[in-house]
Structure formats: C-alpha cells, structure tokens
Design a protein around this ligand. Sequence first.
Ligand code: ATP
Ligand code: ATP
Ligand code: MG
Ligand code: MG
Length: 322
Amino acid sequence: MLSSCRKALYTLAKHSARSFQSSAMALSRFEYVKQFEQEEKLLPNCWVVVRIDGKGFHRFCNVHTFTKPNDLDALQLMNLAGMTVMQEFNEIAIGYGQSDEYSFVFRREASVYQRRRDKLVSYVASLFTSAYMFHWKRIFDARSVTMRYPPSFDARAVLYPTDENLRDYLSWRQADVHVNNLYNTTFWNLVASGLSNSDAEKRLQGTLASDKNEILFSQFGINYNNEPLIYRKGTILLPKSVCIAEKKQKLIVPIFDDLIGDAFWVKHPEILDKKAKSDDAFELGEDLSQPVVRYQLEVHTLRKAGMKKLETSMSTLQTDAS
Ligand code: ATP
Ligand code: ATP
Ligand code: MG
Ligand code: MG
C-alpha cells in the first residue's frame, strides 16, 4: 500500500515535470531543428531481423585469449547477452547466435517503437553490448580473464516478406556456421599438430568438405559429426513455458538443433504462427545446466526470496501501525 502510494506520487511528479519541460521546449526558437530529423518506419507485415555482429572480434578473441577454434565460455556469454535482449522484447519469435553474431527475429506484427528503424537497431545493439559487459564476470572470472578494452557490436535490420524467406535467412546463417566451423576445426588441429598458420592454410586450399572430414578423421581421429552441437549448429533461443518445481515458468530456452530441415519447424510451430502456441510445458532435459537457464532460475529464486522479505517487512509495518 505504502509503496504503491509512493509510486503514484512519483509518476505524477515525473509527468508534470515532463509536461513543464515539453511546454518550455515548445517556446524555444531552436525547436525548428527537430524537423531535420528523418524517421524510417520498417514496412508493416514483414519479419524484421535485427542482426548484431562483434566489431573486430578477430582481435578481441586474441587479446582475451579465447580458445581456438571455439571458446565455449565466449559462446555462453553471447547466449546470455542474447537472452537479455529476448527478455526485453517479447515480440521476438526466435533468436539465433553463432560466432560473434546474433540474429533477433521480430514478429510480422511487432509494433515496438512503432517500427522505427533507428530506435530498434540502436537499442538492440546497445542492450546486447551492455549485457555482454554485464555478464562478463559471471563467465570469465573463473578463468581470471579481465576485460582489456570495451567491445562493440554493429547492428542492421533486414525485412523478410515471406516465411520461406525468413527460414532461408536462418538456414543461411546456420550453413555459415557449418562451413566456418569445419574449416576452423581442421585448421586449428593442423596448427596444433605442428604446421605453421600459413602451411595449414595452404594445406586446406581448394579442399572440399569431404576432404576436411577425411583429414580430421585419418590424421586426428576426429569424427566431425561428434563435435558438440553448439559448435556445429550455433544456438537457437526460444521463449518457452517450462515446468520447474511443478510450476510453469516463462524462460528463454537455448536449443541446439538443425533448423534447415522441416522437423524443427514442426516441433516449434509457434515461431511462425503465434496462435500455434501450445499449453504443454517444454521439457528442458539436459539444457537445465546451460548458463542461460541457470541464470534465469537464479534470478527467479532471488526475486522470490526478495518478495518474501518484502512481504515480511510489510506485515511488520502493518502490525506496527495497528
Ligand atoms: P525514452 O526511452 O523515450 O528516451 P526516457 O525515460 O529516457 O524515455 P528522456 O526524454 O530521454 O526519457 O529523458 C531522460 C530522463 O532522465 C529525464 O526525465 C531526465 O530528467 C532524467 N535524467 C537524465 N539524466 C539525469 C541525471 N543525471 N539526473 C537526474 N535525472 C536525469
Ligand atoms: P568485423 O568487425 O568486420 O565483424 P571481425 O574480426 O569481428 O570483423 P568476423 O567475420 O565477425 O570478423 O569474425 C569473428 C571472429 O571472431 C572470427 O575470427 C571467429 O573465429 C572469432 N570468434 C567469434 N567467437 C568465437 C569463439 N567463441 N571462440 C573463438 N573464436 C571466436
Ligand atoms: Mg565481427
Ligand atoms: Mg561475425
């Protein structure tokens, strides 16, 4: 009661301060410069993909001693930052991350910021970047890797008019992981076996996927298909209802799966059709141990504990007052 009164008073004060501010602004002779601003609205009815990509991450990875070709912790950090963006915008149907990039797919009917391109693109990039910084210690403290300089991410918005275009876009990004990861895995194994970087590069020049698979298998005993899915397929993030301690909870869930074939889209029909949302709780399985899931559950537990503490102090207040 007390806090809701305080909140109402605060909102009232804030609004009157704002209207004073805007009426004062309206009187300024400088106001006309506002007309120079141009606003682009993203076409209605299209899927909006906002993709962020790390600037100069080749260097950023070297400076921060990321393991080559895949630093699992660095990928988990990207996933935590992706999760933060998905928690903020409930109109994102699916997120997809690989390497130093993340794609966020806003629904056709998304009305966030009235679909203003500048607002959406800049906000997603800045939230992703600050979340990357925010979660850094949680991931890298254990390895004593301190941040040496601030990372940055660019962002663009691309519109896709059909579901097929959208699926092809995501397939394109997932095919990109496959090509890069097969190359990088072979390259870094050759380097680890004693070849110089340029010799390894020469060895791989003009090779097909089957050649690289063969090098990995015959020289290093690696069956590429047994490499972890997160490396081969990237990370898909979906908002799902999950059953935790017999209670349903909304979580951003990481999924490591092929999204090029139809099976994925049959399994998750709500991505393309919001109405197809099922009431069944999503089974987390071994994904329960993923940092993205663990973090959300921790926050939930802390919030619950905080609410309990607040409830106790409120009831003490009420008892004191009576
Ligand atoms: P939007 O997301 O549309 O930008 P907003 O809440 O950020 O909404 P702004 O018009 O950007 O609103 O105004 C910023 C608000 O933050 C103002 O209310 C301003 O008084 C407050 N603010 C900014 N800097 C400070 C500061 N250093 N100390 C106190 N208040 C501040
Ligand atoms: P640009 O600014 O043009 O994007 P960039 O240096 O970021 O340049 P990208 O094409 O985006 O180049 O490639 C990202 C680089 O970061 C690649 O070299 C990739 O191997 C590396 N990288 C990204 N994530 C990881 C990771 N988790 N572990 C190891 N290396 C990674
Ligand atoms: Mg990059
Ligand atoms: Mg990249």
